[in-house]
Design a protein around this ligand. Structure first.
Ligand code: AMP
Length: 149
């Protein structure tokens, strides 16, 4: 039985819905952009979390940011992919939630982001919450509500 099976939306917390860190593809701050692009292309994800060497969350990196970073005046300067570390291109202006935040807090954030990172009070990465999971939960709640009326 899933952690949210019999719960009302108001009783669900982010920890019930998140994809835990072991199952989340990530890159490290000092990896070259080439490595990040490889992970993104192979996984099919548009962006992934960036962690430091102690597994603290420091940002996210996506395909668009990588391509913008290597874009020169007239061409993509692909040699920059191996020369530039992820921390020079990553997005650090990202929302972050904790496992104890509510479903509604998660819903508000995924209106503007396809996923949101979850970290603890000290910044250690716990996982991600995706828009897909929030929408699935809303659909499930809608069906449960309909079948109870
Ligand atoms: P989804 O809602 O499953 O399509 O995921 C939306 C976005 O969340 C993806 O494009 C990725 O940026 C991120 N994402 C989802 N699952 C993972 C995962 N297991 N590892 C890393 N990023 C993920």
């Amino acid at each position: 039985m899933s952690a949210t099976q019999d719960k009302k939306l108001t009783d669900i917390v982010i920890g019930d819905l998140m994809i835990s860190s072991e199952k989340v593809a990530h890159v490290q701050v000092n990896n070259p952009l080439e490595h990040a692009l490889l992970i993104l292309v192979k996984s099919g994800y548009s962006a992934v979390p960036v962690l430091d060497s102690s597994y603290k969350l420091v940002g996210t990196i996506g395909k668009t940011r990588i391509l913008n970073t290597v874009l020169g005046l007239e061409r993509f300067e692909m040699e920059k992919l191996s020369e530039t570390p992820v921390h020079e291109a990553m997005n650090t202006d990202i929302p972050c939630l904790s496992k104890t935040d509510t479903f509604m807090e998660g819903l508000k954030v995924v209106i503007n982001y396809p996923f949101v990172c979850i970290a603890d009070d000290e910044g250690y990465f716990d996982g991600i919450l995706t828009r897909r999971v929030i929408l699935k939960q809303l659909k499930r709640d809608h069906h449960t509500f309909k079948s109870n009326t």
